[in-house]
Design a protein around this ligand. Structure first.
Ligand code: PMP
Length: 229
């Protein structure tokens, strides 16, 4: 009974769950794609546009200063959330797809030359596959895809071979396809030993587990606020 009351209390934070769909109470399970927003988030966004909206880091008036402060406080909060070394190591993008594209078209273009190798795995979401594949194609770099074993893990023998001489390794922390939780620290260490820059797709991990980017030791870690309420 207490559990049911708690459930109702949590549900009541989400205005969208008051909708009836086909005459029944809405139960929303598509959270891996995007989560619904609780009223606290909706109110914060509405409050910002109602009373604070202005150009951050640009406008030298009260609204500009308040908006900049709120923006930087959000960045600092997020830095603490994933234990980033400093808040200025966080870059806001609209989602993981944009973050990984930004990396492929900046880091990728900066580091890769014709014949260089960039490595992903077979269990990547398209967002961590297509950008690297496209950048490799344009530069004339080699795009390698590491095999996945029958029990849904990254094949470490294949990884070892494919990372040889590679410049970038980009892989997922939690697979949206298989549910596999990869051994992110170990894979990062292996790739660093081979001299690779390591990019991690955290779209399905940050919403579900504590993530400490410093203890993982990766060079870049991408995730989506919209998948976290
Ligand atoms: N990577 C993984 C593992 C995902 O599950 C998703 C979303 N399903 C993405 C990347 C893309 O995230 P977004 O839609 O926020 O860009």
């Amino acid at each position: 009974m207490e559990d049911l009351l708690e459930l109702e209390r949590i549900r009541s934070d989400f205005p969208i769950l008051s909708r009836l769909i086909h005459g029944r109470r809405l139960v929303y399970l598509d959270n891996a794609a995007t989560t619904q927003k609780p009223r606290q988030v909706i109110e914060a966004i509405s409050n910002y546009y109602s009373y604070f909206n202005s150009n951050v880091h640009r406008s030298p008036h009260t609204l500009g200063e308040e908006a900049t402060q709120a923006y930087e406080e959000a960045r600092a909060k997020l830095a603490r959330f994933v234990h980033a070394p400093r808040s200025d190591t966080l870059i806001f993008t609209k989602n993981t797809t944009e973050a990984l594209n930004l990396l492929a078209y900046s880091l990728g273009y900066h580091l890769l030359r014709r014949g260089d190798k960039v490595v992903v795995t077979e269990m990547e979401h398209h967002s961590n596959f297509v950008p690297w594949q496209q950048v490799a194609r344009r530069i004339g770099a080699v795009f390698e895809v590491v095999n996945v074993t029958d029990d849904g893990d990254i094949d470490e023998d294949d990884l070892d071979r494919k990372l040889e001489g590679a410049k970038i390794f980009s892989f997922t922390h939690v697979s949206n396809v298989l549910g596999t939780v990869t051994n992110v620290k170990r894979l990062t260490d292996i790739a660093h030993q081979k001299g690779c820059v390591v990019v991690v797709d955290g779209a399905q991990s940050v919403p579900h587990m504590p993530v400490d980017v410093q203890s993982i030791g990766c060079d870049f870690y991408a995730f989506s606020g919209h998948k976290m309420l």
